[in-house]
Write a protein that binds this ligand. Structure first.
Ligand code: FAD
Length: 328
């Protein structure tokens, strides 16, 4: 049985993304259990090789890098061919991807090329003898399904944020490779990228998310949510569908069953009732704080900390407290 683990390290615009470190961290934990190595794969435009060494900090023993101008944007066909070729060549136990927007598209392509099943959007993963065992929220998060993979390699995608990137430094061997085929000849081409969220931090990358709901009463009161996020300094702003449907926030900010699925370290729900469709997108957050004037609001059932009160009073006080704690 193969011992090594392959991690796909996602990049965007010539830089590694936070999810790249999450994939390597998850792969490191698996490799520590098998006694094997972590091999990461990275594809990007010219210059990406210089960034690859950072993956060693998170536990990669070796990194295979392919540089090609056609990898400046997401190139599904060429990338799937490259990752599958690496996976075949190395005899890996598990291939780990993160179920980001890119990973959700790439993982089934890789599994398809390898002719193995895919376990997607897992929140935990471990090895149990010959099997790979993962958990996966279903029915909008009301049920946690356990999935067992016996295929070799097992291809999995983990929910963004489900694994916290953790340093396990080593000096990674950096190897460069040629792409599988000609990436420029791909039938699928990205012709334009429109940034949906112009905020500093993407919802998938932010360790803290401050999210607002209809309890804020009016679009202009969302500035309270933005101010609290700014006080944290490392927070992104999210919203419920009630709010995005009303045009208070762009649809790209929506969290939930039909929006983004997030697992930050801290999720602050401001004036959000906790409808099952919203919980589906955030209940795997590590710590949940809810502020709602209704003590019976369902959001309190998933919250680790609850504040019963008017958001228009509580949020400015919380912002002041966060600023004071951070010394600004
Ligand atoms: C098929 C389908 C898919 C859906 N997908 C999603 C999705 O992806 N994401 C999503 O979010 N929703 C989704 N929804 C909608 C979802 O069912 C809820 O309608 C929505 O999440 C409610 O948003 P809300 O919590 O902002 O508003 P509300 O449910 O109206 O809750 C507002 C809350 O604010 C509190 N409040 C009011 N005033 C104050 C105050 N002054 N101070 C403190 N608290 C106050 C109230 O007590 C209440 O709990 C979906 C629905 C369907 C049918």
């Amino acid at each position: 049985m193969a011992n090594n683990i392959l991690a796909f390290a996602e990049s965007r615009g010539g830089d590694l993304r936070k999810v790249a470190y999450e994939a390597v961290t998850a792969a490191r934990a698996l490799a520590d259990a098998t006694g094997g190595e972590v091999h990461a794969v990275v594809a990007g435009p010219s210059g990406i090789t210089a960034k690859a060494g950072a993956l060693g900090t998170y536990g990669a023993d070796a990194v295979t890098v392919v540089e090609h101008p056609a990898f400046a944007d997401y190139n599904p066909e060429a990338l799937a061919a490259f990752v599958a070729e690496r996976a075949k060549g190395g005899g890996y136990r598990v291939v780990v991807l993160i179920a980001s927007a890119q990973g959700k598209d790439l993982a089934p392509r890789v599994a398809g090329k390898l002719g193995v099943p895919l376990a997607s959007d897992l929140t935990t993963i471990r090895l149990d003898g010959d099997k790979v065992v993962g958990t996966h929220p279903v029915n909008t998060g009301k049920v946690i399904a356990t999935v067992t993979l016996t295929a070799n390699p097992a291809v999995v995608s983990l929910r963004p944020g489900a694994v916290t990137a953790a340093e396990k430094p080593r000096t990674a061997r950096i190897e460069t490779a040629a792409p599988a085929g000609d990436p420029a000849a791909s039938r699928v081409k990205v012709t334009q990228t429109i940034a949906g969220n112009t905020a500093k931090l993407d919802l998938g990358d932010a360790p803290v998310i401050v999210s607002g709901g209809r309890g804020l009463k009016a679009a202009e009161n969302f500035k309270l949510v933005e101010e609290l996020a700014a006080a944290f300094g490392n927070a992104a702003v999210g919203a419920t569908r009630a709010v995005t449907d009303d045009g208070w926030r762009p649809h790209s900010d929506q969290i939930g069953q039909t929006g983004r699925q997030v697992s930050p370290n801290l999720y602050v729900a401001v004036g959000i009732s906790g409808a099952i469709q919203h919980l589906a997108g955030m209940r795997t957050s590590k710590t949940i704080v809810a502020i709602n004037k209704d003590p019976e609001a369902p959001i309190f059932k998933v919250a680790d900390y609850g504040i019963v009160g008017d958001v228009l009073e509580v949020v400015p006080a919380l912002t002041a407290a966060v600023k004071a704690a951070k010394g600004h």
